[in-house]
Structure formats: C-alpha cells, structure tokens
Design a protein around this ligand. Sequence first.
Ligand SMILES: C[S@@+](CC[C@H](N)C(=O)[O-])C[C@H]1O[C@@H](n2cnc3c(N)ncnc32)[C@H](O)[C@@H]1O
Length: 425
Amino acid sequence: MDVQVRIERYADQGRCVGHIDGRVVFVRFALPGELVRVTLDEPHDRDDRFWTGEVAEVLEASEDRVPPAWLLAGPLAMGGGVGGADLVHVSLPGQLRWKAVTVSEQLSRLGHVEVAVPIERIDGDEALGGFHWRTRIEMIADDDGRPSMRRRGSHARVALDTMPLATKSLLAVADADHVWDGGFEPGAQIRLSVPEPRGDRRDADAIAAVGDNYAVLVDGELRSGSASLAEQVTVGDTTFEYTVDANGFWQIHRQAPIALANHVIDLAKQEIGDRPSACIWDLYSGSGLFTLPLATLVTPRTRMLSVEGARVAVKNAQRNLRHLDLADVDARCGDVEKTLMRVPAHLSRPDLIVLDPPRAGARAKVCRQMAASGAKSIIYIACDPTSLGRDAGTLRGLGYRLADVRAFDIYPMTHHVETVALFRR
Ligand SMILES: C[S@@+](CC[C@H](N)C(=O)[O-])C[C@H]1O[C@@H](n2cnc3c(N)ncnc32)[C@H](O)[C@@H]1O
C-alpha cells in the first residue's frame, strides 16, 4: 500500500518519521520537511503502533536531497535496495547535519545534557564524494557463486561488480584477485581486508604498494594474501606498527585509526597534565590501537591495564606491545565486567579510563565499576549515540559531567557516527 506523508524529523537507523491518521510511520530514504509517497512494508496492520516504509516518489524535496550516486544502494522503487548506504540520498553537508541532530538529541534525551555536537569530516572524504573509505568489506556469494548483497524485502540477491564504499586499494586487490568473477560456493561469506592509507589509485602501482599485506577470506579461511595484516598509525610525530587479524576488528574507515588515536591522546595528555607517571585503563582495547600510544605518549612512566574479549586480538596486542618493549601494560583477555571484578592492586586506581565498547555500549554495571575505581577522567569512544546517551546518563548519576565531546564522520553515506566524549568528576 502507498501513502502520502509529510516528513517531520529525523528518527533512528537512518529513517525519518511522519504520521498518517495519527499513526507513526518510520520512512527510509526521506528527509525532514519533504512530502513523499511511501510504500509501506508488509505486513502492516490496522492495530500496529507504528508502520515502516520506504520512499517511492518525492513530491516536494528537501534542499539536502541529491540523486543517489550509488543507485543500487538507494530506494527500491528507484532501482536500489541493497543496503549499506542508507544516507546515499543526502548531500554530504546534509549527512553531517543529520548526524549532528542525532548525537545531540540522544545526549539530551538519555544523557540529560544539552550540547551541540558538530560532526567533523575526515580528510579526503569530500574529494572522494563520501565513497572509497572502507578498508574491510563483506559479501555473500549468490546462487551463481558471485559476490552479492541481498535486495531488501526479498530473498533475491544482487550480484556485484564493484563496491563504491571500498578504498581504491581494496578495489585494486579485488580486481587482481578476480573476486568479481565469482566461482565461490553459493552462500559463502567473502571478506576483503586491505590496510590503509595507501593512496587513491586502483591500478598496478596500488597492487605493488599493497604487496601481500591484504586478505581475501572465504568463510573465514584465507584464499589469498596474509592472515595477519600490518597497520600503521601516526600519532603526533610517532608512527606505531600494529599486527592485526585479517578476520578481526579494526576501525574500518581508512583514516579512522589516525583521527581517533590522535584525538584520544590529545585528551589523555590534557587530563594527565605533566605528571611523571599515571595509571590508565584501556577497555575494549582490540589489538591495542589506543593502548600503544597511551602507554608511550602520555607520561614517562605509564602503568596500564587493557581488557579485550577476542583472544586473537589480545595476542596481537601483546605482540604489538612486546615490539615496543612495553612491560608495564597488563593486556588481559576477558569480558570487561568480569575482569574489572579482580584488578591487581597496583592497577586498581586509574587516573584515566579510555573505553571503546561495541554498539551496545558499556552499560550500567561497567559504568559503576569505572566510577568505583576512582578515575577522575573517562574518555568514551562510541559508535552508537543511543548507547552513549544512556551511559552518559548513568555516569551523570555517578557524579561525572560531560567536559568535551567531538564527533567524527567515519561512516559517510550511512547514518552511523563516531563520538568521543570526555567525562570528568
Ligand atoms: C569498537 S571495538 C574497539 C577496539 C579497539 N579499541 C580499536 O579501536 O581497534 C570493540 C571491541 O570490544 C570487544 N568486546 C566486545 N564486548 C566485549 C566485552 N564484553 N568484554 C571485552 N571486550 C569486548 C570486541 O571484541 C572489540 O574488539
């Protein structure tokens, strides 16, 4: 069924919201102020509290609307439907406006703090039109063995011959490895990981620069490249080397590790000042992206506890630390909440805590554990503004106030955004 709706405001998950006869409708590919014809998702029932649907026709367009530069990711009715770029209909400045509203609204609604949070674009993204930023991509092989994505609202799969969000180096590897030619087992999971930044070419020079520092994984098994990848991150004047698992977590945007690590270290230095030593916790620490610079750049003698749940990531973090002879870091594998129940005495009173949890956030128990540690400053890196808002509310009740917040657009063309918040008590 199609209905005509006046869109009122941004909502969650890349949708906007309007009303029909008093009932809320969440609409994909819309923008506030627009008049649109919406195809409602099936099934929808008279008794439903809300309906969902997708723009089929734009009758009055917002100034922020642009024709989707990646048609396949746009609305179904306009030849799209594969997902992965739910703001592809929004101009790049419009995407920043959208995310700024989302972050501020969640901090206000759940964190009870009123703050404007402008979203910062990452270097180079404007010139690339918001594309070519993913250093990791995942696809599923269709029935003919070709890389594909599912078309929304059906079981149909769409075979792909490129992925506009992927870096040019990644696309060069995909071309050289004949990934788009197919030949995979139907249903196989295909993952490509190509460390960046390495430049913006998709040719033989790009392949030479990559060497064997890439991975094509099929159902978790290495098809070509290397199972362990080398990443480099320059923080201030220091370049750190990381070994990371090709199948594990690493910040996806080619510049995200650099932007985030530099900002985290600036904040950490500001909080610790010129003290000769400090104790720092790095929670949800992955392969040690923040652990290495925190351990070396903040004070001359820093004691650290890092906690990460993925065993391979911890092994890599320990190896990355060993390369720098960093004996004062206790890199533990375990669930954060459980690990914080038994912290060795010499690490139990941190001056500063850095945490970078998954989308679900830290939750109340971990917030209470952080507060009980006596830490004066907490740097919270969040990929979900809703979890951040909720945890900000909990931290507020524990005596912390939001002292600084910045947000980075490390997921262009999508509604996702990374926020870095500093809490102080
Ligand atoms: C957003 S990533 C951040 C990793 C790292 N800070 C980085 O930027 O590379 C979140 C990490 O938390 C880990 N994780 C998720 N839930 C966890 C838990 N309950 N306890 C410990 N680690 C967890 C994941 O394995 C993942 O490596």
